[in-house]
Ligand binder design. Structure first.
Ligand code: KG4
Ligand code: ZN
Length: 414
């Protein structure tokens, strides 16, 4: 292909970038409209301010994120008013960055999709009030997004996955197993009865003072535990997986966390060190904790697959298990899930790590899914409220427990 160089009046070979720009132009209608639907997604439910522009085919045209992890690491946890202030300081810039990177004029957006539930009230409020202002100014439809639904559907952006599929969401704020039957059609099979696994890992990492460990000082708790666990011996501590007598798909992490706290106190005495210093047995503790969590999560997931297979809720020939959320980026846990997927003849899919953690792309993509399905598209923002607590789908966890499915014992040689 040759293009006319207007100033020189000659033809020249275009650069790759130029070809891309020209192809992008072909996506315009004569009325200067993009051929594909385009959604701006905005996420502020916890401690990340994120935005992205995604098109109907799953192309990420532009994205931006401001992570508050470093600030919260120093504070020893998320302090909601601090998170709120940081969202306020960054939301305008992040949305602008995502839009500029996408080269999509705001007037060409099909809709704006924003997380309004569940999450931290103060954080959700920032994203919602910014979005309400934006859609009213642009006169665009608004698509309210359920944060967990967005996590669950992300896989359909990266892989060709049909409904129904099973999803395991494990992060700092969530822990659940759900059957995804449609864009807005979820059956909740089990959830954590107390805290989420990421929250537990963050607490253990903090108690172990891993921020003072030279190799882990900039890592979030879960990542620090994964990193140290590689150097440790999981057999040094005999930790029991939680709820092992309960034949349901619920999770629990608080009891395990207390047991680990006690071990740390004992080791501090044995090693003669003060609280706040790093134990020489920290890597062994990390390895044992990671292994126990992996076994617990794998067993509940195994039971959920068996329940769905028994009830004919998953495809007989092409059952899919999706693992997502920050904790699902842990490779040890992924391996444990891989073992379960093998024995149950499921395909395990995990979105890439950057899409497993909170991001704007998953919100924009959920907006696209809703737009295509014609679900939850609002033309007025009147009366919209954020909802800090909001369950996902229809809760059938009691029925799952009543089925009391026995899970075969597996050797977790990871
Ligand atoms: O999905 P996410 O970014 O935010 C929400 O909680 O919604 O997940 C963050 C959580 C944190 O608790 C963090 O410690 C954990 O995910 N995490 C990990 C790993 N990377 C992040 N946990 C275990 N292993 C990891 N590699
Ligand atoms: Zn999340």
């Amino acid at each position: 292909m040759l293009i006319l160089n207007k100033t020189a009046g000659s033809f020249s070979k275009p650069s790759k970038r130029k070809i891309y720009e020209i192809l992008r132009c072909f996506l315009f209608h004569p009325g200067k409209r993009f051929l594909h639907k385009l959604v701006l997604g905005i996420e502020t439910s916890c401690d990340d301010t994120a935005a992205a522009v995604v098109d109907e085919t799953g192309n990420v045209l532009g994205e931006a994120i401001h992570s508050q992890t470093e600030v919260h690491l120093k504070e020893g946890g998320i302090i909601p008013p601090v998170a709120q202030q940081l969202h306020r300081e960054n939301i305008q810039r992040i949305v602008q960055e995502a839009l500029s990177a996408s080269k999509v004029p705001p007037s060409e957006l099909s809709a704006v999709a924003t997380t309004i539930k569940p999450g931290l009230a103060l954080s959700l409020g920032v994203g919602l009030s910014y979005s309400v202002q934006l859609v009213n100014q642009l006169k665009k439809p608004f698509i309210p997004i359920h944060h967990m639904e967005a996590h669950a559907l992300t896989v359909r952006l990266t892989n060709n996955v049909e409904f129904p599929f099973l999803v395991l969401l494990i992060s700092g704020g969530h822990c659940l197993l759900a059957l995804v039957q449609g864009v807005s059609d979820f059956l909740m099979l089990g959830k954590s009865l107390d805290i989420a696994p990421g929250d537990m890992l963050d607490k253990v990492a903090r108690r172990l003072s891993l921020i003072k460990h030279p190799e882990c000082s900039t890592m979030c708790g879960g990542k620090a535990i994964e990193h140290l666990a590689k150097q440790g011996n999981k057999l040094q501590f005999d930790l029991k997986p939680p709820l092992h007598r309960n034949k349901n798909c619920n999770f629990s992490f608080t009891g395990l966390q207390h047991t680990v706290d006690k071990i740390i106190i004992r080791k501090e005495k044995e090693e003669g060190i003060e609280t706040g210093q790093v134990l020489s047995s920290a890597a062994d503790i990390a390895a044992a904790v990671q292994h126990t969590i992996a076994c617990h999560i794998a067993k509940r997931t195994h039971r959920a697959i068996l329940f769905c297979q028994q009830r004919g809720l998953l495809s007989q020939t092409n059952a899919v298990l999706v693992a997502s959320g920050g904790v699902a980026s842990n490779l040890y846990i992924r391996k444990a899930l891989g073992i379960i997927a093998d024995v149950t003849q499921c395909t395990l899919l995990c979105p890439p790590p950057r899409l497993c953690t909170d991001n704007g792309v998953m919100i924009a993509w959920n907006g696209i899914e809703k737009l295509r399905a014609g679900l939850g598209i609002l033309h007025s923002t009147e009366g919209i409220r954020y909802e800090p607590k909001c369950p996902l789908g229809v809760d059938i966890s009691k029925e799952v427990g009543e089925a009391a499915i026995k899970v075969p014992r597996l050797k977790m040689e990871i």
